[in-house]
Design a protein around this ligand. Structure first.
Ligand code: ADP
Ligand code: MG
Length: 623
């Protein structure tokens, strides 16, 4: 085939391939146009997840009738003079309308400020129609019908109405955070109404808009941040360390009002919270960076979702510094967790009082390194691997639920330490992989003895693991018992989260969690899994919603079940701090032996460690 120029329509469809990935991309472009036109009210309506219809109405500056053909023509824009380095608007490529028009049926109606009549133009799969007069209020209305009808291949990649509608909601909320003084509404046949009334444009207004978008708990748990360095300004709100989510989806970042998903920003946030948050928790943040447009390149991504800073180090430093300062000012001190501290704790101290007079102890330099032993604690690596690999369904009824446990409680208990078996440990128990329980210390650690080692079990972590395995199993065998809440609990959460949870109601019910829809943006919880004991229902529900939001589309059913089970298991209230009788301790050890994978908790931390007698002897210099 000889080389020839492509038709205008094909060129636009190629551009659309990059710019218009899914209905939410259309909404993003149209809302950005409305904001660039100075709108104070933006109304978005959708049907069929945006595939059937997207309509965006604004009260902005409008387009004169004679410019309508230009608005839908490629590379035509009112926003860029000749300097690509001075971009103060959200749009600048002049690509959105022609791209959308090439893959859908587009109608653009507008009446400019001061104009006495309105006009419209249509683009139908790339065919541009005549400009016609039309009755319309001041502002612009854009309607997009039958998205991707002209490029059916793209249609196959859509994720279904609900998922597309949810993505549209996300996009609108994300943009709305940066424009608190603009009123947004989102309505349509595929959703319940979302309304974000206009608030003031200052920090106060921003905080209220954050509440509208993220729920009112965020403003209650957020710290303001503000910093300025070398012409780069940063302001916003970040959550206190006790207010976290299971994923980073609630980290919003803006550069000159443009929503961006930037690795640099995400990394800076992680760095700032490193000392105060566990690795699997994420802060909730809204950061607004403002700088001279010449110091940032926004033209690196067709959908304008990425930016490149002239001086990334400066921006990173600014974010980390400002967040740390806010946390410190709020009295949050870095937690001293982590493996290093663990190792230090195991190290034998150079202890003068017990030294042998010459200032050196016999064992001064030696240290016990649990990791150096090749993971002696792991069930898999341990020579004392459990003999039976079969999962015992008995776990579900094993006496670890709060109600059943309370029957063991015998009033203000004797110190568990004092309860340590006084006699000899039964020989048949010491031959078991996890041995015979001898004592419980600090109300959470079970000390057991085997023939040649000392075992320390983290009761909380072990219990969590057993619950996790039982929850996973509930999908394949019979449903787990649940307990009715005295009062059903209504949990408010973003509409998309409520939607996603309810889509999983059936298998959550098998795990013992009974929930149902309760109007828009809320679910009603009637039952919780008995195994979890008394749970904080609201935080369980929110974490589950996060978990599903993050993993639903990407993972296989099995992975999804596993992750949901893990999230639930974390919420069990039967944690540390409960005193156990010797029979109960031994029962826990036997269950651990019978449950595959019980050597580590759901977060990959060990549930028990094993100190070989030989190592202990070495620590004491006996070998
Ligand atoms: P860009 O936003 O990059 O300029 P678009 O294709 O999105 O490109 O829009 C082309 C032009 O149409 C814009 O530059 C603007 O002049 C005009 N326009 C589009 N939408 C609106 C709107 N809602 N209100 C006013 N003018 C608009
Ligand atoms: Mg635009």
């Amino acid at each position: 085939m000889p080389i020839r120029a492509l038709s205008e329509t094909v060129i636009n469809q190629i551009a659309a391939g990059e710019v218009i990935e899914r209905p939410a991309s259309v909404v993003k472009e149209l809302v950005e146009n409305a904001l660039d036109a100075g709108a104070k009210r933006v109304e978005v309506a959708t049907a069929g997840g945006g595939l059937t219809l997207i309509r965006v109405i604004d009260d902005g500056g409008g387009i004169p009738a004679d410019e309508l053909p230009l608005a839908v023509a490629r590379h035509c824009t009112s926003k860029l003079s000749d300097d690509i380095h001075d971009i103060c608007t959200l749009g600048f490529r002049g690509e959105a309308l022609p791209s959308i028009g090439s893959v859908a049926r587009l109608t653009l109606r507008s009446r400019p400020e001061g104009g006495d009549a309105g006009a419209e133009i249509t683009v139908d799969g790339g065919r541009v129609g005549q400009v016609k007069p039309v009755a319309i209020n001041r502002g612009t209305t854009v309607e997009v019908r039958d998205l991707f009808f002209a490029t059916p291949a793209r249609l196959k990649f859509m994720k279904g109405e609900r998922a597309e509608a949810a993505a549209i909601t996300d996009v609108v909320k994300r943009i709305a955070l940066a424009f608190p003084s603009v009123r947004f509404t989102l309505s349509g046949t595929d959703r319940s109404l979302i309304e974000l009334p206009a608030v003031s444009a200052d920090g106060d207004g921003l905080l209220r808009r954050l509440g509208q978008v993220m729920g009112k708990e965020f403003p209650e748990n957020a710290l303001p941040i503000e910093a300025d360095r070398d012409g780069i300004g940063l302001m916003g709100y970040v959550s206190i360390p006790s207010f976290t989510r299971g994923n980073a989806l609630n980290q919003f970042a803006y550069v000159n009002g443009r929503p961006v998903r930037d690795k640099l920003v995400a990394g800076a946030i992680r760095g700032a919270y490193m000392d105060v948050l566990p690795r699997d928790r994420h802060a909730v943040t809204a950061l607004f960076i403002s700088l001279d447009p010449a110091l940032v390149d926004v033209n690196v991504h067709p959908a304008k979702a990425d930016v490149r800073f002239r001086d990334p180090g400066l921006v990173r430093g600014l974010i980390v510094g400002a967040i740390r300062q806010a946390l410190e000012a709020a009295g949050v001190r870095a937690a001293t967790t982590g493996a290093a501290a663990m190792l230090q704790a195991f190290r034998v101290q150079e202890s003068r009082p017990f030294g042998n007079g010459d200032g050196r102890s016999h064992f001064g330099g030696q240290s016990f390194d649990p990791e150096g032993r090749g993971g002696g604690w792991s069930m898999e690596n341990s020579p004392s691997r459990p003999l039976e690999e079969a999962f015992s369904a008995a776990v579900a009824h094993s006496g670890f639920s709060e109600t059943e446990q309370s029957t063991f409680d015998v009033g203000p208990a004797v110190s568990a330490d004092a309860r340590a078996g006084t006699g000899e440990a039964p020989a048949e128990l010491t031959r078991r992989p996890l041995g015979a329980a001898r004592a419980q210390v600090h109300e959470n650690y079970i000390v057991a003895q085997t023939e040649d080692s000392l075992i320390i079990v983290d009761q909380h972590a072990a219990h969590e693991r057993l619950v996790y395995e039982a929850l996973k199993q509930a999908i394949h065998s019979r449903p787990l018992p649940s307990q009715m809440l005295l009062m059903p609990e209504i949990v408010d959460l973003p509409e998309e989260d409520a939607e996603r949870l309810c889509m999983h109601a059936e298998f959550l019910a098998r795990m013992g969690l009974g929930l149902e829809r309760f109007g828009p943006g809320a679910v009603c919880v009637r039952e919780t899994p008995s195994m979890l004991g008394k749970v904080d229902t609201a935080s369980l529900i929110r974490n589950l919603a996060d978990e599903i939001a993050e993993n639903d589309t990407a993972n296989s059913l099995k992975e999804r079940i596993d992750r949901i089970a893990a999230t639930m298991a974390c919420h069990g209230s039967v944690r540390s701090g409960r005193r156990l009788k010797p029979e109960e301790m031994n029962a826990l050890l036997r269950q651990m032996e019978a449950t595959p994978g019980s050597g580590t908790c759901n977060h990959g931390r060990p549930t028990y460690i094993e100190l070989k007698l030989a190592d202990i002897e070495r620590l004491f210099g006996r070998r």
